[in-house]
Design a protein around this ligand. Structure first.
Ligand SMILES: [Zn+2]
Ligand SMILES: [Zn+2]
Length: 295
């Protein structure tokens, strides 16, 4: 149905919370699913107060400090090898990263993204007040003592800060607080963005930043994707033009999940799916044509 299918949010075995599936394993699966592009987005978490918990990647099957940057040499080497191996197949393979934004760590983020040839740098708000809101186990410690008004204030303040750093090409799962917050906040989880997200979108639009349609919400029993249709409409109304789609796959079986529907959603709203090339957004309509002309 969609002639240029992409998955721009994939966690290979470099992420400590991902399965053992390698970059090449995901590429084989991507081909089987007829994806045209796959973008790997390994987690980088830098909150010094969570150092013992989060600030790791997996290198050669072993937990490795995210600060020892040699893992990135290996990551890029593997991606380059896969690009060569899959060249004939037509599958494009991109090097991305998903950085959990932590205020105060801007210099370190800058060092990482400026020293490696990333195609796509995604920013995410995974932690508030040094507690993970993306973890089923840990998020109750954050939500149980906070009202919807407080969650709104804290989440959107950090999000605004992340946007203003100008370090990110795109924001991942922009209403992530819904994932586990809905159990504590009830229907408020669906409305607390109102009035708070519009100024963020204004700043994103100025910077031509993108928004991801993240389908992982379905695996957690939520009806809508991240973001909800209401938020997506607000983004479009604010002039945001760059959208990506991602399954947030942490294992092979999750690759490509929900993406047909996410692409249909964008299509229905007259919005375009984008890919990234060395951090430059390219609408898929153009990317698709370029591929046909040269092949
Ligand atoms: Zn995430
Ligand atoms: Zn992710």
């Amino acid at each position: 149905m969609h002639n240029y299918k992409t998955d721009y949010h994939v966690h290979p075995n470099y992420s400590i919370d991902a399965s053992a599936a390698t970059i090449k394993d995901f590429c084989h699966k991507a081909l089987a699913l007829k994806l045209r592009e796959i973008c790997f987005c390994t987690h980088i978490e830098l909150d010094p107060e969570r150092k013992a918990k989060d600030n790791f990647v997996r290198l050669n099957g072993v937990k490795h400090s995210v600060y020892k940057l040699n893992w990135l040499d290996s990551y890029f080497r593997e991606i380059t090898q896969a690009q060569t191996e899959f060249k004939e197949s037509g599958l494009k393979i991109k090097a991305g990263v998903e950085i959990g934004y932590c205020p105060g760590e801007e210099n370190y983020i800058e060092k990482i993204v400026n020293n490696y040839p990333f195609d796509f740098v995604m920013g995410a708000i995974h932690c508030l007040d040094h507690l993970s809101i993306s973890s089923k186990k840990e998020s109750p410690y954050y939500f149980k003592s906070r009202s919807a008004a407080t969650v709104r204030e804290e989440y959107f303040a950090v999000l605004m800060e992340a946007v203003k750093t100008n370090l990110f090409d795109c924001i991942a799962h922009i209403d992530l607080y819904r994932r586990y917050g809905v159990q504590f906040l009830g229907v408020n989880a669906y409305t607390l963005h109102r009035g708070a997200i519009e100024p963020v979108f204004k700043e994103m639009e100025k910077r031509e930043m993108g928004i991801e349609i993240n389908t992982s919400s379905r695996r957690r029993g939520l009806k809508e994707f991240h973001p909800t249709k209401e938020i997506l409409d607000l983004a479009i109304k604010s002039g945001i033009k760059v959208f990506t789609v991602g399954s947030d796959a942490h294992s092979l079986d999750e690759l490509g999940e929900g993406l047909d529907e996410a692409l249909s959603l964008l299509h229905d709203k007259n919005a375009s799916n984008y890919v990234f090339d060395r951090r430059k957004p390219v609408p898929c309509s153009t990317a698709g044509k370029k591929l046909t002309r040269t092949s």
